[in-house]
Write a protein that binds this ligand. Structure first.
Ligand SMILES: N[C@H](CCC[C@H](N)C(=O)O)C(=O)O
Length: 280
């Protein structure tokens, strides 16, 4: 039986997404089908699977559901928010959009030149909000592995631990990332950032994402990194964060919210036969 599913493929700085539209017809995908769609060898391939749904909140244009490549659900995805905002702005014919996620409402606006700025919501800093396993000052979490130690904990919709290092290029992220993601101090696991402050307005960052692994960019991770750097006094409240896939402009606003500005790309549109997922 064929079961054709239309999708579009988008990316933000190489952090890539299969975007499905469930606004007219519910999709009810299984975890196995989601994993297959995200699989680069057997399915389509993406870092996150994004499903557009009708927004329960009337102030929002769309609800965005986010799944990692391993099938787990995520509460935030900065790069996908810019992509989805661009899509919705195109549909509406103006430069504003409000994206609802399980973490809240994210207002977005197009900038001169076409980049999209998103209010990613408040950076949460209490230990319960990261969350971590025991009371502590999130400015220095008691977590270490190999060459890295004492990360800053920040929640920007999802949990992040930001390690500051001398030379981000020298780290074997594929080796230390998975162990830190599943460190016992992170009950919900965590996204792990490795950051090198180049100057007070410029940070080089690489990421190991919870549920996906190494990606070329992580928007919420860039937000967490800037907040962590500002809290440590390493930068001001505004900086460019350079990830493997390019640059994001990040600002920690006076109201505690984090504003992220960056590009988005529509790669292609297609159709996939979900029956294939059953053959593995
Ligand atoms: N790529 C995303 C983050 C995904 C977060 C996800 N890996 C999680 O489990 O929290 C971004 O641009 O913000």
């Amino acid at each position: 039986m064929s079961d054709k599913l239309p999708f579009i493929k988008m990316h933000g700085l190489g952090n890539d997404f299969v975007v499905l539209d469930a606004r007219r017809h519910a999709l009810n995908l299984t975890t196995e089908q989601r994993q297959w769609l995200a699989d680069r060898h057997r399915g389509i391939g993406c870092d996150q699977l994004i499903t557009l749904e009708n927004a329960p909140d009337s102030r929002a244009d769309v609800f965005m559901r986010i799944h990692n490549a391993d099938g787990s659900e995520a509460r935030a995805c900065g790069n996908a928010t810019r992509c989805v905002a661009a899509r919705v702005m195109g549909e509406k014919g103006n430069g504003h959009a409000v994206i609802q996620t399980v973490a809240g409402l994210l207002p977005a606006e197009v900038q001169p030149g076409g980049e999209i700025a998103v209010d990613m919501g408040p950076a949460l800093l209490d230990w319960q909000d990261i969350p971590v396993a025991a009371p502590c000052d999130t400015l220095r979490l008691p977590v270490a592995h190999g060459p890295v130690a004492d990360p800053v904990g920040v929640n920007v919709g999802s949990p992040h631990a930001v390690f500051f290092v001398e030379d981000v290029a020298a780290l074997d992220i594929a080796e230390i990332g998975p162990l830190l993601e599943r460190h016992a101090f992170f009950p919900d696991r965590a996204n792990i950032e490795f950051a090198q402050v180049i100057d007070p307005g410029y940070i080089r960052m690489r990421v190991w994402e919870r549920g996906t692994g190494i990606t070329l960019a992580c928007g919420s991770g860039a937000c967490a990194t800037l907040v962590a750097a500002a809290r440590r006094g390493l930068t001001g409240r505004k900086a460019v964060v350079e990830v493997d896939g390019g640059r994001l402009a990040i600002e920690w606003l006076a109201n505690g919210h984090v504003r992220m500005t960056g590009p988005w790309t529509l790669s292609f549109a297609g159709e996939v036969d979900l029956a294939e997922a059953r053959h593995g």
